[in-house]
Design a protein around this ligand. Structure first.
Ligand code: GAP
Length: 438
């Protein structure tokens, strides 16, 4: 396979491919779209789910020290008062006095990117939380917020999880789900949107072990991206300077990906100290601490938090996987996605639409469906169908031809090498399952 493509218009190519093949559609498109929101189509929903499943597998399933939760999206203002979000979760907003566009002051260089005017207002703090009302009365008492991060759901459930699971530090609580931020300038496709998905884990540790675990999680998380196919030269860790740290953090490093517009964040890994548990304890009046029966010691754990964006990471996987190459004198587009991420792992393709091949092809499909996510495609020439599968990253095509009726064998074609091997139908599910195993 060739290296990742370095096209100046790579983002446009991914946006077009996403729309054309059903990964990501602009939301409310029939009404002209809606403010940089996106809908995930039949292939996008599979890819995004695979990204989240790969994260969950590595962060929860393959460990005995991390458990999951799924907390409410709609939440009490008291959470956001305690966490500091009501006071601090702001971006500096400026207005252009000439064209009346609004911008994030820290993302522009003194002039309006729309009209070029330098006549901008003084920056003012703009809170990014979406505010709504819970119940039929719209007043101060019913104000609620859509969560701007999943993290607080883990902190407010700390005691619930501790007592129900009998875990002891070091242990973690993981969560995957939607978060909402009223971003001033959503941009770069699904890189920055107002509605997005996060994959976050709060790892509670004895305070004197915080630094060790911080470095442990930096390594673990870098490994996860590399293992799933992000090239090493497109991935780096960037440690935050002291003046860049969030209000809760003692140390933060970002996992950054080399996007077409430059290095940018995929994930933040932070040592949040005991800030959150102490803040929630103070505001709620509840004790949020760990009592070690054996030593009689009582303490508030420190928290190491790897916080990744699922939708943003999905975009990085698409960008990193995009290739154009030539096979048999024909140009093709390929998504060289890891088979664990590919929307379809197998496509079953009857060589012709001919009725005689379809029943056997359906039999093969039935054998493969329990071991892999399959597509079944009978339209167009076989060459075109291979191209269509390459373009969406399907690692294996299984072709049923007229010989299959005689020898009960099929052709398995590999996406990256285009190599084809003949496999007996009785063994095809086992063969594919083996080749899909990491
Ligand atoms: N709990 C800590 C926290 O939320 P963050 O750095 O603000 O930290 C974590 O967010 C990750 O969530 C980011 O690294 C990014 O991948 C993703 N993310 C944040 N805001 C986003 C947005 N507006 N659109 C898409 N993804 C976003």
């Amino acid at each position: 396979m060739t290296e990742p493509a370095q096209y100046p218009d790579l983002v446009d190519r991914i946006v077009n491919l996403s729309k054309r093949r059903g990964f990501i559609f602009p939301s409310a498109e029939i009404y002209g779209g809606f403010r940089s929101t996106y809908d995930y189509g039949p292939l996008g929903v599979l890819l995004l789910r695979n990204v989240k499943d790969a994260w969950w597998r590595s962060m929860v399933q393959l460990r005995d020290d991390v458990v999951g939760i799924d907390a409410a999206i709609l939440s009490s203002p008291r959470i956001w008062e305690a966490s500091g979000h009501l006071a601090n979760f702001t971006d500096p907003l400026v207005d252009c006095r000439n064209c009346h566009e609004r911008w994030r002051a820290d993302k522009i260089e003194g002039t309006c990117p729309n009209c070029g005017s330098a006549d901008l207002t003084e920056p003012r703090a703009f809170n990014l939380m979406f505010k709504t009302y819970a119940g039929p009365v719209e007043d101060e008492a019913t104000v609620a917020y859509l969560r701007p991060e999943t993290a607080q759901g883990m902190f407010v459930n700390f005691m619930n999880v501790l007592t129900t699971t009998r875990k002891k530090p070091p242990f973690g609580i993981a969560q995957v789900g939607k978060s909402f931020r009223n971003e001033i300038t959503p941009q770069n496709f699904v890189f920055r949107t107002r509605e997005f998905e996060q994959m976050e884990m709060e790892y509670f540790v004895p305070p004197d072990e915080a630094d060790t675990w911080f470095h442990y999680w930096l390594e673990e998380r870098m490994r996860w991206y590399l293992d799933l196919g992000i090239p090493a030269d497109h991935l780096r860790l960037r440690h935050h300077e002291a003046d860049e740290l969030s209000h809760y953090s003692a140390a933060t490093a970002d996992v950054e990906f080399l996007f077409p517009w430059g290095w940018d964040e995929l994930e933040g890994i932070a040592n949040r100290t005991d800030y959150d548990l102490k803040a929630h304890a103070a505001h709620s009046g509840e004790r949020l601490e760990y009592f070690d029966q054996a030593s009689g010691e009582r303490y508030v754990p420190y928290v190491i938090e790897p916080a990744a964006g699922a939708t943003r990471t999905m975009m990085a996987f698409l960008l990193a996987a995009y290739r154009e190459d030539e096979v048999g004198g024909e140009r093709r587009t390929v998504l060289a996605l890891d088979p664990r991420l590919a929307p379809y792992q197998v496509a079953v393709l009857p060589l012709s639409k001919n009725d005689t091949l379809v029943p056997l092809s359906r039999e093969v499909l039935g054998l493969l469906q329990p071991v892999a996510v399959c597509d079944f495609d009978v339209t167009q020439s076989i060459g075109r169908r291979y191209r269509r599968q390459d373009e969406v990253g399907t690692p294996f095509c299984v072709t049923v031809d007229f010989e299959s009726l005689e020898d009960r064998a099929v052709t398995v074609r590999h996406r990256d090498t285009t190599e084809q091997v003949r496999v007996p139908i009785d063994r095809v599910a086992q063969e594919i399952a083996q080749r899909l195993r990491p």
